[in-house]
Ligand binder design. Sequence first.
Ligand SMILES: NC(=O)c1ccc[n+]([C@@H]2O[C@H](COP(=O)([O-])OP(=O)(O)OC[C@H]3O[C@@H](n4cnc5c(N)ncnc54)[C@H](OP(=O)(O)O)[C@@H]3O)[C@@H](O)[C@H]2O)c1
Length: 210
Amino acid sequence: MTESIGILGTGEMGGILARAFSRANYPVLLGSRAAARAAERATALAVAGGGKIQSGDYTTTVQSASILILALGFSDALTLLPTLGTALNGKLVVDISTPWGDEIAERSAAERLADQLPATAQLVGAWKTTFAATLDGPHDLQHDVFVSGDHAAAKQRVSGLIQKLGFRAVDCGNLATARVLEGMVRLMGPIARSLAPAERHGSPAWKFLP
Ligand SMILES: NC(=O)c1ccc[n+]([C@@H]2O[C@H](COP(=O)([O-])OP(=O)(O)OC[C@H]3O[C@@H](n4cnc5c(N)ncnc54)[C@H](OP(=O)(O)O)[C@@H]3O)[C@@H](O)[C@H]2O)c1
């Protein structure tokens, strides 16, 4: 089945993911709080090498796509999901967020966002440790995208997307494992800053080496 990709949020990750999926020939819908902003961004992304990207507000985007990527901050996603109501029925939702400061809790962001979904929707955590610049590749080394989720089939669908974008999908286990990935993201800045300038090569990333 050809998935249609709905991206909620027109910021850095939303834009880069929209362009990456349109280059990979997926139908892409870019959603915003303001439909006009999404339309403007979609046009700019197409000019910058993406294919045709549809746009709309969040509700239209959720209704029109089979997979939804939450490309907004954790707290904003937590506030947004309950407002989308039945539009989320049967959807596969991808959480890419990392909580910071007061947002950090015992349970992962992914588990807390999954709690906001109707029973017929499923959530997978992915792309958390993948910086926007890394997604914009190409790279000599195939990068890893770590995947967490409680539903095997949903993880497989998201892993298929990851592979189509040229990355290796690494299954980390259930949704609770997203908390570890979120902690890894918070370590990336301090680690990168501790390296000598000569050891820093572009955008930092985690890769599992067996
Ligand atoms: N940047 C990275 O390298 C990276 C890597 C991996 C994961 N992530 C995760 O990806 C998510 C988005 O990060 P980003 O860097 O793309 O952030 P960003 O550039 O600040 O974009 C966030 C977008 O969220 C939307 N939004 C919805 N409700 C909002 C509200 N109440 N206040 C502000 N914005 C709101 C906005 O789009 P509209 O105005 O169009 O609604 C905004 O453009 C975060 O959860 C982050 O942890 C980021």
